[in-house]
Design a protein around this ligand. Structure first.
Ligand code: BJW
Length: 222
């Protein structure tokens, strides 16, 4: 079967990585515009680097959980397109190949001057020189608000050609990712949501499985 899966912060929550919009989430401690926009980065690059350096260190300490591993098993038996909004590498470390990181990656550095990409150091600073153009304009390779997410054509094609679309651990509040379930359903694709809570996009799904990802995803894959 052709399956497209979209994951969000909730799939990594049980690995100890904080989600964004929970009451103890990442946005509790930080103003979104300050740390996740180009304007915020231009205003205070030191704050933004501190935020992502902390996130990179947290992600390096975290381990993939049963949900990440179950999706790697799913790919052994089906034609799976795995799309994640997450910037950690827990899907890869859980055994998945060819993960589409639509919001970028904590493991990447990006030159704001020439667009060159290279592996991120554990602690990144904007004064780090770009290996391509030599300018001190280094930023995290993250898709911030107002920037266009990566691989959109591939993502929309995979979603509309799938026979099943699953969204796991995402609140459905950030577009265009939040529109994928509705897009799938309109294309005649069966849709299923896995989440611990109700979401604002709940009506876009034919089926809902409630509970922590580490339980519901392995049960679904089995
Ligand atoms: C569990 C669990 C467990 C917990 N088990 N479940 C008005 C209308 C429509 C759009 C816009 C608008 N105004 C502005 C926009 C556009 C904007 C947007 O959507 N804003 C909204 C806030 C309204 N979007 C953009 O700017 C995007 N770009 C764009 O639109 O470009 C224009 C364009 C698009 C297409 C074509 C052409 C042009 C870019 C968005 C970039 C998002 N970046 C961030 C931060 C950077 C990454 C980082 O720092 O990590 O990405 S925002 C943040 O939210 C992060 C996430 O990937 C993203 C989604 O969050 P997610 O994953 O859903 O996490 P939470 O915390 O919200 O939810 C967790 C869920 O898990 C909850 O439901 C829990 O219940 C659940 N859960 N534990 C199962 N154990």
């Amino acid at each position: 079967m052709r399956i497209a899966v979209l994951t969000g912060a909730g799939i990594s929550a049980e690995s100890g990585i904080r989600t964004f919009r929970a009451s103890n989430g990442l946005w509790e401690d930080h103003c979104i515009e300050d740390v996740a926009s180009v304007e915020g980065f231009m205003r205070d690059p030191v704050l933004v680097h501190r935020f992502y350096n902390m996130r990179r260190a947290d992600a390096a300490r975290a381990q993939p959980n049963a949900a990440h591993k179950a999706l790697a098993r799913l790919a052994q038996h089906h034609e799976l397109t795995l799309i994640t909004q997450n910037v950690d590498d827990l899907h890869e470390r859980g055994g998945s190949d060819d993960v589409i990181h639509m919001h970028g990656s904590l493991l990447g550095a990006l030159c704001a001057e020439c667009g060159h990409r290279w592996p991120a150091p554990l602690a990144m600073r904007s004064l780090d020189l770009c290996p391509n153009c030599g300018k001190p304009q280094t930023r995290p390779d993250i898709v911030w608000f107002g920037e266009v997410p990566h691989h959109l054509e591939r993502i929309f094609n995979a979603v509309e050609q799938a026979q099943l679309f699953a969204a796991i651990g995402t609140s459905g509040q950030v577009y265009p990712a939040a529109g994928l379930a509705r897009h799938a359903r309109r294309a005649g694709v069966r849709t299923i949501e896995m989440n611990m809570a109700n979401t604002v996009i709940g009506r876009d799904f034919h089926e809902k499985r409630s509970g922590p990802a580490s339980q519901v995803v392995p049960e679904w894959v089995a």
